[in-house]
Design a protein around this ligand. Structure first.
Ligand SMILES: *Cc1c(COP(=O)(O)O)cnc(C)c1O
Length: 415
């Protein structure tokens, strides 16, 4: 036995450090399918409760849509449960290619390659297309999976201040001697709900001959007039060289991701991206479900329109009630509380009122910027939002923060 007491103690003490820092993550068990109304159990107690879900990425309410379920059943019947192989050996079905073509058409790109997840897409893309002669220049707030992908790549790395175009331009100038320059950003930043300035980034990339990669995981399916994503919102469809995204959020919520973009870049991924070469892709069940999701989205914009309306209603209600929100144009609506403990107390009180929304604090968000992050869905009806708003107002009154400025809340509770 090499798992000695010494090793065991090493881990035990690390775990208690995490606990003492107040950042120990606990799972809550949902006893129903993913939807606006869910039943939740906290592991620390047997308090199974019906609550309204205000914190899922199920933006379009498709995770349990009957048509998606039916398509998934049919996929299971016709193509089986699993592939038992990676793509290039015997793990590719006709429907995998069909889905790649459908994504290409939906995003307005040249080609697409599926990955087991967007985390894997981001882990594979950089190493597949860049070497030490190249430079990756990323926004400072990009998603962890992009950071990990860049760490796996021998290209040089630099960053620019969040959404600062002046700073990005400085960095593009500084690295003008590199062979390939790749600018990397999220489309919608998940903690704040703000959009990358893609129109301006595209202009800079054209001026300095740089490529651009956008991770649109928090926008594919609903941002832009027909839900294509941030490139549609900013009218730069066809100008984004690489889009990575997930099927695990708005697009059905199961799992899977992709790299979509320039044909040669996608081909390079098929030859060299390690999560593609050495891990199974999405199972036929999920492929069939995601295909149906794209059918639904291509036939009507009803869901993204409803989502937009819901999000606008929610923002207006909270603002009029006197809460401080992060500005944004997405269904991610962070309610700012600034103090970590207040965010936890607020979240617990919401739960007691039947509203499920999680408080985030350092290190998930910067110090002194604790918040409740709410996420709106097309699966919400107005009665859900009204009940949630009533609960927010009741608890806001309890803590006496309605109508206060940031400085006043911090004076009262600390940051
Ligand atoms: C959620 C998310 C991912 C990971 O997606 P998975 O398919 O679940 O691995 C990657 N990038 C961003 C920006 C995300 O928000």
């Amino acid at each position: 036995m090499s798992y000695s007491n010494k090793v065991k103690e090493f881990y035990t003490s690390q775990l208690s450090d995490i606990q003492n820092a107040g950042i120990f993550k606990e799972e809550r068990f949902i006893h129903s399918s993913q939807a606006a109304d869910i039943e939740v159990e906290f592991p620390s107690g047997a308090n199974l409760r019906k609550v309204i879900n205000m914190c899922s990425n199920n933006y379009l309410g498709l995770s349990s849509h009957p048509d998606v379920l039916e398509a998934a059943h049919e996929g299971l019947e016709k193509r089986g449960y699993g592939m038992s192989s990676v793509r290039f050996i015997c793990g590719t079905q006709d429907i995998h290619r069909e889905l790649e073509n459908k994504v290409t058409e939906f995003l307005g790109t040249e080609d697409t390659i599926l990955f087991p997840s967007c985390m894997d897409a981001n882990a594979g893309i950089f190493e597949a297309i860049l070497t030490s002669e190249d430079i990756m220049i990323s926004d400072r707030l990009v998603h962890a999976s992009l950071i990990d992908g860049m760490r796996l790549c021998s290209a040089q790395h630099d960053t620019f201040k969040h959404s600062s175009m002046e700073h990005l331009e400085e960095k593009l100038l500084l690295h003008s001697d590199k062979r390939i320059k790749l600018v990397i950003t999220d489309g919608v930043f998940s903690m704040d709900g703000d959009l990358a300035k893609l129109d301006e980034i595209v202009k800079l990339c054209e001026k300095y001959e740089a490529l651009i990669l956008v991770d649109d995981s928090h926008s594919s399916g609903f941002i832009g007039r027909t839900g294509r994503g941030t490139h549609e919102y900013f009218n730069v469809v066809g100008k984004i060289d690489i889009i990575t995204t997930t099927f695990g959020k708005a697009l059905g919520g199961a799992s899977g991701g992709c790299v979509s973009g320039r044909k040669e870049i996608v081909q390079m991924c098929r030859q060299k991206a390690r999560p593609y070469l050495f891990s199974n892709t999405i199972s036929p069940v999920i492929v069939a479900g995601v295909l149906k999701v794209f059918d639904i989205l291509s036939s009507s914009t009803e869901r993204r329109d409803k989502l937009e309306k819901n999000a606008a209603w929610w923002r207006k209600g909270l603002t009029e009630a006197g809460f401080i929100l992060k500005e944004g144009n997405s269904p991610i609506v962070p309610v700012m509380l600034f103090n970590a403990k207040l965010s936890q107390d607020f979240s617990r009180d919401l739960y007691d009122e039947g509203i499920y929304a999680i408080g985030f604090f350092f290190p998930v968000v910067p110090n002194g910027q604790a918040r409740i992050r709410t996420q709106i869905s097309a699966g919400h009806e107005i009665h859900h939002l009204e009940k949630a708003l009533d609960a927010f107002i009741k608890i806001g009154e309890k803590y006496g923060i309605l109508g206060l400025t940031k400085e006043e809340i911090i004076a009262k509770y600390g940051a």
